[in-house]
Write a protein that binds this ligand. Structure first.
Ligand SMILES: *Cc1c(COP(=O)(O)O)cnc(C)c1O
Length: 374
């Protein structure tokens, strides 16, 4: 088959950020001119604005999403006197950071399976609880919120913490009037490709608990509440002023950007009609902010090749569930059939606020022309 130059990239970050010019460059120039680059006014303002946006009391900007998860777990571990090796339950299908944070906090990851909507299965999570379980990490994968009502009931029944991984769900709604981020403690990443992306690494923890927010800030600041008074072993994890200023430019447009993603998802879900390709969520497009638009196909490699040959770049999120990763296979063994099937069949189609309806239509048409016996 003839290879053509990709005309539709998976994600065109240059185009994404060009939509915010000249405001982004102005914000950077303003920060450079200020002479203040860490822990300043831009961070304080972004923390206030992001907390208000998601409906949380407190926001602590940190270096990245992995740090946000790690610091949330470490702070809970210290405040609630968890022990090394205590257990944290998470879905087998997620980005590796979710599991890595548990290990970095000195806790033990326990996996459970997901539902066909790619989210932690609350019943499976409850079955994985042991006397050493301290927390569950719901991951709002691909931009859709987990069943938080079911998970809160389980967490309350067993006295567990819920630490949410919202790295793919900025602006998503958990239920009517209740955004992802309004929970007990929720970790976000501002990696450039996320729905709210910085111009480099960034992350945040939001929470409604003052003591937790304060302790996370202390741990992220070398364990010091006051300069050179180090009460705890901490780390250095900061959301810098340039990133905070850039995020403040983009945050007011997040809802419109997410609505645009949903419009494109609706085109995919309406137009993709192929016996070997399954669209997500049975075609519903109102309950996800579509960080990823995943389709399932038993002939994934052939479908990816077909799209690539016609200039459409796709990616796989993710090719291996956690228990099949080298670093975790020995640590968390088990069999998680839904996660394994999704990892084997999922394909992420291009989607972003700057993608056109025309491009989306072209991709849907190409998928419908996919001939897997060819
Ligand atoms: C991106 C991501 C993270 C990690 O964020 P970084 O900022 O890259 O450290 C964690 N969990 C999930 C589900 C993610 O998609």
């Amino acid at each position: 088959m003839p290879q053509t130059v990709p005309t539709i990239p998976f994600l065109d970050l240059q185009r994404v950020n060009a939509a915010y010019e000249p405001m982004l460059s102005d914000a950077i120039a303003r920060t450079v001119a200020s002479g203040w680059y860490l822990n300043g006014a831009e961070l304080a303002r972004f923390e206030r604005e992001f907390a208000a946006f998601v409906g949380a009391e407190y926001c602590v900007g940190v270096g990245n999403g992995l740090d946000a998860l790690t610091l949330a777990l470490l702070a809970l571990k210290q405040l609630r006197k968890w022990e090394d090796g205590d257990e944290v339950i998470l879905p087998a299908m997620t980005f590796v950071a979710t599991a890595e944070a548990v290990v970095r906090a000195g806790l033990h990851p326990i996996l459970c399976d997901i539902t066909p909507d790619f989210l932690i299965n609350p019943a499976a999570a409850e079955q994985a609880i042991t006397p050493r379980t301290r927390a569950i990490i719901p991951v709002h994968l691909y931009g859709k919120a987990c069943d938080m009502q079911a998970l809160r009931t389980i967490a309350e029944r067993h006295g567990l913490a819920l630490v949410e991984d919202a790295a793919q769900a900025h602006g998503a709604w958990e239920s009517k009037g209740c955004r992802v981020g309004s929970g007990e403690v929720v970790a976000f990443s501002f990696y450039p490709g996320k729905n709210l992306g910085a111009l480099g690494d960034g992350g945040a923890v939001v929470t409604r608990h003052a003591d937790l927010a304060r302790h996370i800030r202390t741990l992220a600041n070398y364990g010091a509440e006051q300069k050179y008074e180090h009460r705890f072993h901490g780390m250095n994890s900061r959301l810098d002023e340039v990133q905070a200023a850039a995020l403040r430019v983009k945050l007011p447009h997040l809802d419109a950007d997410n609505a645009r993603r949903q419009t494109l998802a609706a085109i995919y879900s309406r137009e993709i009609k192929h016996p070997a390709v399954r669209i997500p969520y049975g075609g519903a497009t109102d309950s996800s902010v579509f960080h990823i638009y995943p389709v399932l196909c038993k002939h994934r490699a052939a479908l990816q090749q077909h799209l690539s040959a016609h200039g459409v770049q796709t990616l796989v999120h993710y090719p291996h569930p956690i228990h099949r990763q080298g670093a975790f296979a020995g640590l968390c063994p088990g069999s998680f059939p839904v996660a394994e099937q999704v990892a084997a069949e999922c394909l992420s189609l291009p989607i972003s606020p700057v993608q056109t309806a025309e491009e989306t239509h072209t991709i849907a048409t190409l998928i419908n022309q996919f001939d897997y016996d060819a």
